[in-house]
Ligand binder design. Structure first.
Ligand SMILES: [Zn+2]
Length: 258
């Protein structure tokens, strides 16, 4: 997957909007910070502000559109596990625990052990929000394990159903955090952006962006009562729209229907 942006200097010179040919694309990586140069020779850094779980969701959505259903399930599963860590971090901030202490303990105790991460998430949810979280159904847990550990190749329908359940699971907890732990949620997002910014060379110009998918901006404001809950079909339409804007290929036979 690629991230796309427009140079801020060119944007300032073209307040009415820059031409399509001025999009800059680069392969997504694990750092969240990208050193770029536009066609006009402007140097700047791009900071992708989405937390890892949102990026993994966006990668999964793109894999679904491209017909890579197994890869989509792997990234949806990664999104959920990354959200467990994000949630626990927000819980820690709500208790006044410093970022460095949380990160050090999480890395030492949780490592890459998904069962431990799930356990920490369930208890953190219970202690922070006074109720247990929504969790994947047993059938979806088994499906995830079959794909991740046994090389099972899922159908599009299975991948879409799994992605929808992951989306609903994350969304429910996020909405509760917005209502009951908004300050801690904002702190977690601020810490993430600070970490990304620390990778920018001192004195260099940088700009923030959030590519398509679950938007980080929406994580700070609770949904109004009665507003539609997010669904995977809508998220896919958003990603499709974005791909059209930046001129990315969309498979001719892709449909939103599973
Ligand atoms: Zn430029």
């Amino acid at each position: 997957m690629k991230v796309h942006t427009v140079c801020m200097f060119c944007q300032m010179a073209n307040p009415q909007g820059v031409p399509d040919t001025m999009w800059i694309s680069t392969e997504i990586n694990d750092t969240g910070a990208y050193q770029l140069r536009c066609a006009q020779g402007h140097d700047f850094w791009l900071i992708v502000q989405q937390p890892r779980y949102e990026l993994l969701f966006t990668i999964a959505a793109n894999a679904l559109i491209d017909g890579y259903y197994r890869e989509a399930v792997l990234s949806f599963a990664g999104c959920l596990e990354s959200f467990y860590e994000f949630f626990c971090q927000v819980s820690a901030f709500k208790l006044g625990i410093e970022a460095e202490m949380f990160e050090r303990l999480w890395a030492r105790v949780m490592g890459k052990r998904s069962e431990r991460q799930l356990g920490a998430y369930v208890i953190a949810h219970l202690l922070t929000l006074k109720q247990p979280p929504r969790m994947l159904s047993q059938s979806q847990e088994k499906f995830r394990n079959d794909v991740v550990h046994s090389g099972v190749i899922p159908t599009k329908k299975q991948a879409v159903a799994y992605g929808q359940e992951v989306l609903e699971t994350v969304d429910e907890s996020l909405e509760r955090l917005k209502a009951d732990a908004k300050d801690a949620l904002c702190t977690a997002i601020g810490e993430h952006v600070k970490e990304m910014n620390s990778r920018v060379v001192a004195g260099a110009k940088s700009q923030l962006m959030a590519p398509g998918g679950l938007s980080i901006s929406s994580t700070q404001t609770a949904r109004s009562p009665g507003a539609a809950r997010p669904d995977l079909a809508t998220e896919l339409q958003y990603v499709l729209h974005w791909r059209k804007i930046v001129g990315e290929h969309i498979p001719a036979d892709f449909t939103l229907k599973a």
